[in-house]
Design a protein around this ligand. Structure first.
Ligand SMILES: C[S@@+](CC[C@H](N)C(=O)[O-])C[C@H]1O[C@@H](n2cnc3c(N)ncnc32)[C@H](O)[C@@H]1O
Length: 353
């Protein structure tokens, strides 16, 4: 595990792992016991829409758990429009009043954190992670040197895939785009300003080339038009679509099950019985560790996952395949596309003893 990483602030204010891809492949159902990395809470909350028995969301980062708790209690207390306003998606002059409404439901530690860091709420909660700030730097200082707003909007305008490829080749893929993109999304700047240099300890790929190729493939596809992740990155808010947990129908279902989300601080190996899980969302935690530690995680998974359970995980730059550690975790075929196109792979496994 990275030894010198600072986990004392919010790194991710949104989930940057495609919720629909996760749900369409794990296929949660009523009564499931689900294990999930907390991160910003988005994907852990999304599972609640399926009426599970319980969702245990764990994370080594306290601020990420506080953020997840705040979103959980905001969903519980606030009506839909107030929730969107509280999170910074739509404008309001009532943030203090909304926070007052939520406060009695927060744990002491979470209350203390957000009272001390109230500016995070004031400045729009979903814009406040280090990762979101990295995209804000790109949007504010780099992208305007490449394309004007009209051209950025054109990228999202629905058209045939042929026209999108034409647009990319003739309008978008300028030398400025190639040079500035590769500079900004280099291992150095992504490590320093977006993630953490230590998150690349296990990486052997050329970071900027890899992201550039992935971006190029995605921008030439019709997936762009409804991609709310890309919309947020390039235009600074969710304007084409909302994240799954904030779509009104899903919000209603999640609210009905909101107390089934339990938050725990710790590593995967700290997650102990009495529960055995039917589903697990493991984000891309395995690429932060060396092979030896990865082996230990897979052994632990074989002890806490139920027969026929399914597990989802991502690889950004480092290949970590659970089935290569233990063939009892069969690799399954993936359904659908990853709107978070920058990942190298989405992995789906089924545990069959
Ligand atoms: C794995 S990160 C991934 C974020 C994004 N996909 C990226 O690669 O930059 C998501 C969350 O996992 C947490 N995390 C990382 N390693 C972990 C581990 N071994 N056990 C528990 N949580 C972990 C982090 O604190 C963070 O909130």
């Amino acid at each position: 595990m990275p030894q010198n990483v600072d986990f004392s602030f919010i790194r991710y204010a949104n989930g940057w792992e495609d919720t629909e891809l996760l749900l369409n492949n794990l296929k949660p159902k009523a009564g499931d016991k689900i294990l999930s990395i907390a991160a910003a809470g988005d994907n852990s909350l999304a599972f609640l829409a399926f009426n599970p028995e319980i969702v245990i969301a764990f994370d080594i980062s306290e601020p990420q758990l506080y953020l997840t708790e705040l979103k959980q209690q905001a969903i519980k207390i606030l009506d839909y429009q107030d929730l969107l306003a509280f999170l910074g998606i739509i404008k309001t002059n009532h943030l203090e009043k909304l926070f007052q409404q939520i406060k009695p439901n927060l744990s002491n530690a979470c209350l203390h954190y957000f009272t001390e860091h109230f500016y995070l709420i004031q400045n729009g909660l979903i814009h406040q992670g280090k990762f979101e700030n990295y995209f804000k730097l790109f949007r504010t200082y780099v992208l305007p040197l490449i394309h004007n707003q009209a051209r950025i909007n054109q990228l999202f305008e629905p058209k045939s895939e042929g026209k999108q490829i034409e647009f990319y080749n003739n309008e978008w893929n300028t030398w400025r785009w190639r040079c500035l993109f590769k500079l900004f999304f280099s291992k150095y700047l992504l490590g320093k300003l977006g993630r953490d240099p230590e998150f690349f300890n296990e990486n052997k790929l050329h970071v900027s080339q890899t992201i550039f190729k992935a971006a190029e493939k995605h921008l030439c596809s019709s997936l762009v038009f409804n991609n709310h992740y890309l919309d947020f990155q390039l235009r600074g808010n969710f304007t084409v679509n909302l994240p799954y947990y904030l779509i009104e129908d899903n919000y209603v279902k999640i609210k009905a099950n909101i107390d089934k989300l339990i938050l725990k601080k710790g590593y995967l190996t700290d997650v102990k019985l009495p529960y055995k899980f039917e589903l697990a969302n493991l984000s891309n935690i395995f690429e932060y560790m060396d092979e030896k530690l990865f082996t230990i995680q897979v052994i632990h998974l074989s002890q806490i996952m139920n027969e026929n359970s399914k597990l989802a995980s991502w690889n950004l730059f480092v290949p970590r395949k659970i089935e290569q550690q233990n063939p009892e975790f069969y690799s399954l075929k993936i359904e659908g596309n990853d709107l978070c196109f920058f990942y190298n792979s989405f992995n789906l496994n089924q545990f069959k003893v």
